[in-house]
Ligand binder design. Structure first.
Ligand code: JFE
Length: 245
């Protein structure tokens, strides 16, 4: 998978050189290219923003540097009919979920446009629609100062699902949210820590009982912390809970 990221703070994306994603880049599983948007300006001051038409606070990102930058992500031209997907982090985007991560992990080429200021001139997204599948994307209902943090989160969530990136694919199977429920609690040595024991069943060696305990904990936690997810559960998820005995 090829991933292009454009930002006026490319150093923000240095975290993509580390850990799992960094290793996947070294192994050639992910081809991540981070570019400074200012490289695509033409004036002496490398200007990327200007005042908003219609007035209002703050500045808006100029369209031309973005068109010049995004055009380089179309080089070489995509093989076949598939168009690269352009993800534009935005408070006004669709909400990024684990389902989105799975969907995008199957894409061949992702391009991320990290906005700053009050956002990117809307005509960029209209122009980009001729060459990309454009998806404004929100991380959630809170406001960031720019797109970089959102891109770090999305590239990690997507990248780890690309085959070969995570050493043991098993660890992707039981994941939180993959079955619509939150993760069960985890414990490790010592079994008694500051007078706190671990749940007895985890020492029983009875895999059926352990599975049941974990499923029950998932349901308990989800109904306590995220009742909204309970409402969305696939009925078969609850059957699985009964079968995990
Ligand atoms: C109303 O608040 C804003 C309205 C417009 C722009 C900005 C600041 N900003 C600039 C680029 C940019 C990209 C993404 C996000 C973002 C995404 C999520 N989930 N929260 N915030 C915020 C961004 C703030």
């Amino acid at each position: 998978m090829r991933i292009d990221v454009f930002s006026i703070f490319p150093e923000y994306l240095a975290a993509l050189d580390l850990s799992l994603i960094g290793k996947a880049r070294q192994d050639g599983l992910l081809d991540v290219r981070v570019k400074d948007l200012r490289e695509f300006t033409t004036d002496r001051h490398r200007t990327v923003d200007d005042t908003p038409y219609g007035g209002g606070a703050g500045m808006v990102m100029k369209p031309e540097p973005w068109a010049q930058a995004l055009a380089t992500a179309l080089d070489p031209a995509p093989e076949g009919p598939a168009r690269p997907t352009l993800i534009v982090p935005s408070p006004a985007g669709e909400v990024f979920t684990q389902k989105t991560a799975y969907e995008l992990a199957g894409a061949g080429h992702l391009v991320f446009a990290c906005g700053r200021y009050e956002g990117i001139d809307e005509r960029v997204l209209e122009w980009a629609g001729e060459h990309f599948t454009v998806r404004p994307m929100s991380l959630g209902d809170y406001v960031l100062n720019g797109g970089e943090v959102a891109v770090l989160a999305m590239v990690e969530a997507i990248g780890r699902l690309v085959p070969g990136v995570v050493g043991n694919p098993e660890s992707l199977v039981e994941e939180s949210h993959s079955d619509g429920l939150l993760e069960y609690p985890v414990y490790t040595k010592p079994s008694q820590w500051r007078e706190r024991p671990i749940p007895e069943v985890l020492l029983s060696g009875n895999h059926a009982k352990i599975a049941r305990f974990r499923r029950d904990e998932q349901l308990r936690r989800t109904s306590e912390r995220r009742p909204d997810l309970i409402a969305k559960l696939d009925p078969s998820t609850l059957d699985k809970a009964d079968k995990a005995t």
